[in-house]
Design a protein around this ligand. Structure first.
Ligand code: URA
Length: 232
């Protein structure tokens, strides 16, 4: 692949920054300074360094977004703003898409990636990756609701597997863990036990928790450990 693509896919710099880096003569390929954007790089044998530090090419990227309300989980839409608008410039060329869906009025953890295989695994109900939500309800949750969630619920279009409802000290604030991610699933399950969801936020996917230091509307790359924790 071209040297400029190799550098921008290392996450080191945006495409426009790459041009400047090359011009400034701090990029070396196998020890030789290179200023040629179209120099052919073999990712398996060549060593590319910037300011003496080796960089590595990443075909795929995995981003954690703290999704705000008002954005839909899509890459384009005529009417609404889409979550990919919130992707930093330096990751734009990866053409990421949302892995799974959060409703327009739901906040919290959304993964964006360009890895189709990963997306398939994460959204497949067979993989049993539990997603955990924090919800504020219009009424207090009751102990009998816990059993209803645990039994699973039959809907016209699908059968929700056993889910976990945890009631907090404020009884209308709950945590809900579900194995699937069907359209409006949490809201529909709550409705089944007679409650409306007033606020919904996803807080974790498998072993991956939303970074509470990540402000709403901001994203960052997942660490290797975080990525592995999803299916752990
Ligand atoms: N369930 C819902 O009802 N909405 C979401 O956004 C996610 C899960």
């Amino acid at each position: 692949m071209r040297l400029d693509k190799y550098i921008s896919n290392s996450g080191y710099a945006t495409r426009s920054e790459v041009k400047k880096l090359l011009k400034s003569g701090i990029v070396t390929v196998n020890g030789e300074i290179s200023k040629k954007a179209d120099l052919h790089i073999d990712e398996h044998c060549d060593t590319v360094k910037i300011n003496g530090t080796e960089i590595t090419y990443n075909k795929y990227v995995y981003l954690m977004l703290n999704k705000p309300k008002g954005f839909i989980s899509a890459t384009e839409d005529k009417k609404y703003r889409v979550v990919t608008e919130l992707v930093d410039e330096r990751y734009r060329h990866y053409n990421v898409f949302p892995v799974g869906r959060l409703d327009i009025d739901t906040e919290g953890l959304l993964i964006l990636s360009n890895d189709g295989g990963f997306a398939h695994n994460l959204t497949s109900p067979k993989k049993n990756v539990y997603k955990k939500y924090f919800a504020v309800l219009d009424k207090d949750a009751e102990d009998k609701d816990i059993e209803e969630f645990e039994k699973g619920m039959e809907f016209d279009d699908f059968k929700a597997k056993s889910a976990i409802l945890t009631i907090t000290d404020k009884k209308n604030e709950v945590y809900i863990e579900i194995a699937e991610g069907k359209f409006h699933q949490v809201k529909r399950m709550c409705k089944r036990v007679g409650k409306e969801v007033l606020y919904l936020k996803r807080v974790s996917i498998g072993g991956l928790e939303l970074d509470e230091n990540l402000p709403l509307g901001r994203m960052r790359e997942l660490t290797k450990d975080e990525l592995e924790s999803i299916f752990a």
